[in-house]
Design a protein around this ligand. Structure first.
Ligand code: NDP
Ligand code: PYC
Length: 337
């Protein structure tokens, strides 16, 4: 631990222990606390600040409200040759995925692909930490999450779909996988919260107020307003796909079925998560990795300097060398709960 002014730098392992300890003190069972802490700290480490430590107060207030069950007794079912189902029993999705991962990988290798269907879960984090580890194991992976109504369709009066993110990861010959992960809105709700906290306006075209009028004031978006899908009807189509891939396939709540209002302090969404794992050696296409390298070579040769995840990997290398900065208020929360 290194102290500089009001900021302390912690190693990833130190910070993960503190976050898991705090979640455990708020009733989260050990496996889920560990999985959740890893995801929160990974987001902070890689610079996805909308879904890192800033999310901790939201996790805690949702737990305190009784809306999410940190000690949920989850059930993993071997549903079919290429399907793993998890009943997350109103717990955190990361705990459900941690329980299902090894079975899903084995099925993907045996059958060529595997659908992971997570029912009745809360996902309040970044999605890329869910797909990257599968690509590190040689699989292609796609993931979808739905959440409470937050985006207003082009021409509509009120939001129905969530900022539903989609993530995609594939392995490379050498080195880290290529991973993208994006909200279906112009900006993530988590970034609106950060803008409100820091007193920054939103970019034009990102949000609307409670009367569906365009606004750049993050507080108006948070106070009954909504977000706009990225690229208009295209982002809306992606959000719709995620809603069907998740709530439709897993039987979890649609965003508009949210009942968190009955639980003051609840900010997470009770919904679901779907992942699709593909073994590229079983798809019949031959030399997948060689073809991927050919494609990336062509992109580089054409002048593409940045691939998705490059920014995060750069931040990760800095964090490994210098530690992860934690301000005093956050350190107090982590140490005193
Ligand atoms: P961004 O718009 O910041 O990034 C989207 C993707 O584009 C990333 O993979 C990013 O890579 C990549 N990217 C950005 N700029 C470039 C570029 N110039 N060239 C190539 N690739 C680029 O993400 P969002 O704001 O949409 O989402 C932020 C986070 O919010 C995500 O982690 C998402 O999962 C989370 N979220 C979670 C929700 C939930 O329900 N749990 C709901 C909505 C969002 P890189 O990472 O390297 O920057
Ligand atoms: O940032 O839009 C968001 C979000 C929704 C649920 C978790 N994060």
């Amino acid at each position: 631990m290194t102290q500089v002014d009001s900021t302390t730098r912690l190693t990833e392992a130190e910070l993960t222990r503190l976050v898991a300890g705090l979640l455990g003190a708020h009733g989260v069972e050990p496996l889920t606390a560990d999985a959740l802490a890893r995801v929160i700290v990974a987001a902070e480490r890689d610079g996805t600040l909308s879904h890192g430590l800033a999310r901790l107060p939201g996790y805690l207030s949702s737990l305190q409200s009784g809306w999410v069950d940190g000690a949920a007794r989850m059930t993993v079912t071997d549903k079919a040759a290429a399907v793993v189902h998890v009943d997350a029993a109103n717990g955190f999705a990361q705990g459900a995925l941690a329980r299902a991962s090894e079975l899903a990988i084995a099925k993907a290798r045996a059958a060529g692909l595997c659908l992971v269907s997570i029912h009745d879960s809360h996902h309040f984090g970044s999605l890329w930490p869910d797909v990257e580890p599968f690509a590190e194991r040689g699989l292609v992976c796609m993931a979808f999450v739905n959440s409470r109504s937050r985006i207003v369709a082009p021409g509509a009066r009120r939001p129905v779909l969530g900022t539903n993110p989609v993530a995609f990861a594939f392995p490379r010959k050498d080195g880290a996988p290529v991973v993208w992960d994006l909200a279906s809105s112009v900006m993530a709700h988590g970034d609106v919260i950060l803008a409100a906290k820091n007193g920054h306006p939103l970019p034009a075209g990102a949000g609307v107020d409670r009367e569906a009028r365009p606004t750049q004031d993050p507080k108006r978006v948070l106070d009954g307003g909504a977000l706009v899908p990225f690229a208009g009807h295209k982002g809306f189509a992606i959000a719709l796909m995620a809603e069907v891939m998740v709530a439709g396939l897993t039987g979890s709540r649609f965003g508009f079925e949210d009942e968190s209002g009955k639980y003051p302090g609840a900010v997470t969404s009770n919904a679901g998560q779907t992942l699709v794992l593909i073994d590229p050696n079983r798809s019949g296409g031959g030399d997948f990795i060689g073809r991927v390298e050919l494609l990336i070579g062509a992109l580089r040769e054409a002048g593409t300097e940045r691939l998705p995840a490059d920014r995060r990997y750069r931040n990760r290398a800095v964090a490994a060398a210098e530690g992860i900065a934690v301000d005093r208020a956050m350190l107090d929360l982590l140490k005193t709960g």
